[in-house]
Every structure is written in C-alpha cells, then in structure tokens.
Design a protein around this ligand. Structure first.
Ligand code: MG
Length: 388
C-alpha cells in the first residue's frame, strides 16, 4: 500500500455563534485526502481527514512540513508486516526533526493527516474503523452504541432565554437526553437565570445538563460559580479555568464536589499527563475531553489512554471534544465514555452518519468501511470534490 498523492483544501465552518472566549465567524478547517494505490470495489482507496472546530485550518504547517514528510517517506518505512500503511510509522515520519514540547498547532496538522491515514487503513481492510480498533486493540470488544450529548447553548446575538429553551427542546426532540450550554460570557447572575431556564427543559434534572465556561474564569470566579451551581447537581462543570493552569484546577477541585470536565485544549500526551499529575482531578467522577483530531491524532490518543490507565483512570472517563465521526469510532471501538455532538453548528463536519439516529442519547455506527464519511452526504459532498 503506497501513498500516491496527498491533497488539501481549506473550507469555512463559520457559525454565527460565540462562547465566553471567541466567536466563530471566521473559523476554517483543513480537509486532506490521502490517495493510495490499493483498489477496493474498483476504485483506489482514498482516506479523508479534517481538523475539528476551535482551531483554524493549519494549511501552512501541512504544506510546508507534514505533507512533504509523509509523501517523501520511503514506502517500506511506513507500512506494517503485511504491507498496509502503519499510522504509527507514518506518525514518526511526519514528526521527524520536530523538537519535543511546545506543541502549538502542529498537533492539529498531524491530527488531520492521522485521521486520513486511519480512514485509508480501515478502507483497505474493508472494515469500519470502530471494528478495526476493537479487533486490534480492544480484544474484539466494540460497544453497540455510543453515549452522545448535544452541545450548544451558545451566546447567539440577541438570543434570549426563550431562544435557549427552544434550542434545548430541539435537542431533546432529536433524541438527546443530555445537553450542554455555554456560560461565563455574561455576569454570573444572568448565567444562573439561563441555567435555571435550561434545567426546566430537561425536567429539572441536573444530571442532564452540562455547563461550559471555555476557560474564561479566574479562580475567584470559578469558585463563586461552583458554589452557585453546586445545588443543581449538574452532569459536569466544563473548562472553568485556563486549560493549562493545573494548580487552579486542583484548588477548585478541593471545593467543588460535582464532576469537572476539561482537556479539549491540551494537545499532547505530555500535556494530558501534566493535567492528571497536577490538576487534582478525580478518577471517580471527572471527565477528560482530549480531542484526537486536534492533538496529533489517534496514534497520540492511544498513548494518552495508556498514560491514563497507568494513573488509574478508565477510558470510560474520556468523552472527546469535537462532535466528529473520528472520535465516535474511537469511543465505540476503544470503550470510551462517549462523544460530543453538535446537532446545529459546525456543519457539515459535526454530526454522524445520516441514517444513524440518536435514541436515548445513544447513537449506533454505520457498517461501512473507514470512518464512515461516505454515510454522511453533506460532508462527503465536500470530500468527493477532492477526488479529481
Ligand atoms: Mg468545551
């Protein structure tokens, strides 16, 4: 199996939404296609990848460093014993001459290519990626469905409380029982009104509502909010603090007893390990949201899962950020706790296979080779345009 060409494009994923930190009006994504010489069903296998939302398209990094390194690697250096592309060897080829630390956004560029490599490998094997992962790395055990929750509740311009409630009702109608809303962008007293309005929609059950601060608070604000929301018994309190300030998380965790969630802005196993070592998080209740598409791909994500096991954490505590099919395959194939979902924003990259409906906040997987992009029409329309 040889790589015959790698192409990339940049597409907008602009949304008229904002969280406590950024608006998404100029957000972009890179999409790559890795063409190979393996033929399945009369056509060469092509693997696709993209970066998930929150980071911009890393086109410069892809074109200057990572695509050339992958293309220039000797074919025999990046395949396994059977001659199939080996994502671990490809990863080493891409990371040649990169110093450790200072991960920046090169992890996003590598993540885009890593996604495309796994898609190509699963297609070459003729199996869904979740099945390939379960067989290779999880004793053949795949979950039948994945737990998913609907992320939204942004600060839309002029959106009032009624609008927030309508949005949450819409998610319940789609089959989700757990929903997530943004907070931290307005004074706490106003956010508390929004939270109570959303709670009404989910039947007053705190376990069906998550709140996300996107790293906006300082310690005083995070403690004040934590004290105020503690009685609601929420599913989780997400990114209350700067994602890289582990000591602050440890301080918050001494007082806030409910579950905390964080990790979507940590882009390497080493950063994740520092969070586990120094962030004071609790393996019996807290949630880890590392996004494989932003953090050097599945190769690095498996290193992170190994690290977590060594520190007494179950993969079930992981619910990746991003709402994409790549992480969904990983959740099902490697036994994670579930996956994020964006029913309303970041189209066409958010969301899952068209025919796989959410029931009781769980979604089944399509039985198609690869990650399953071909089973999601709006997304595949973008990818198909790259086949030339
Ligand atoms: Mg978040």
């Amino acid at each position: 199996m040889r790589i015959t060409a790698i192409t990339d494009i940049v597409v907008p994923i602009a949304s008229a939404i904002a969280n406590a930190y950024i608006d998404f009006s100029t957000m972009t994504a890179s999409v790559v296609a890795i063409h190979t010489d393996v033929v399945r069903d009369g056509r060469p296998v092509v693997g696709f990848g993209f970066n998930s939302n929150g980071r911009y398209a890393p086109q410069g990094l892809l074109r200057e460093r990572f695509i050339p390194r992958l293309k220039d690697a000797k074919a025999e250096d990046v395949v396994d014993d059977r001659g199939i592309l080996d994502p671990f060897k490809c990863w080493a080829a891409m990371m040649k001459n990169e110093k450790p630390g200072g991960h920046g956004e090169r992890s996003v560029a590598v993540g885009v290519l890593d996604m495309a490599l796994w898609d190509a490998v699963a297609k070459a094997e003729g199996v869904p990626l979740w099945r390939l992962l379960a067989n290779r790395y999880n004793n053949g055990q795949a979950d039948k469905t994945a737990w998913v929750y609907a992320a939204g509740g942004y600060y839309y311009p002029q959106k009032d409380i009624e609008g927030l409630q309508d949005e949450m009702k819409y998610y319940l109608d789609l089959g989700y029982s757990t929903v997530k809303m943004k907070i931290g962008g307005v004074p706490l007293k106003d956010d508390l009104k929004r939270i109570e309005a959303a709670l009404k929609v989910v039947g007053g059950k705190g376990e069906n509502l998550c709140v996300d601060v996107n790293g906006r608070y300082d310690l005083d604000e995070a403690l004040a909010c934590g004290d105020a929301i503690a009685p609601y018994g929420l599913k989780w309190y997400e990114e209350p603090l700067d994602p890289l300030d582990y000591l602050l998380h440890a301080a918050l965790a001494t007082r806030y007893r409910g579950p905390l969630a964080t990790g979507e802005n940590l882009f390497s196993m080493q950063d994740a390990r520092n969070l586990i070592r120094h962030g004071g998080l609790r393996a019996d209740r807290d949630w880890l949201q590392f996004d494989p598409a932003l953090s050097y791909g599945l190769v690095e994500y498996m290193r992170t899962l190994d690290m977590l096991r060594m520190h007494g954490w179950s993969p079930r505590r992981c619910v990746p950020h991003g709402g994409h099919q790549f992480a969904l395959n990983i959740a099902v194939g490697l036994g994670l706790g579930g996956n994020e979902s964006y029913p309303q924003v970041f189209a066409p990259f958010g969301g899952f296979a068209d025919a796989c409906k959410v029931v009781d906040s769980r979604v089944p997987m399509p039985d198609v080779p690869g990650i399953g992009f071909e089973a999601k029409n709006a997304l595949y329309a973008v990818m198909k345009g790259m086949l030339g």
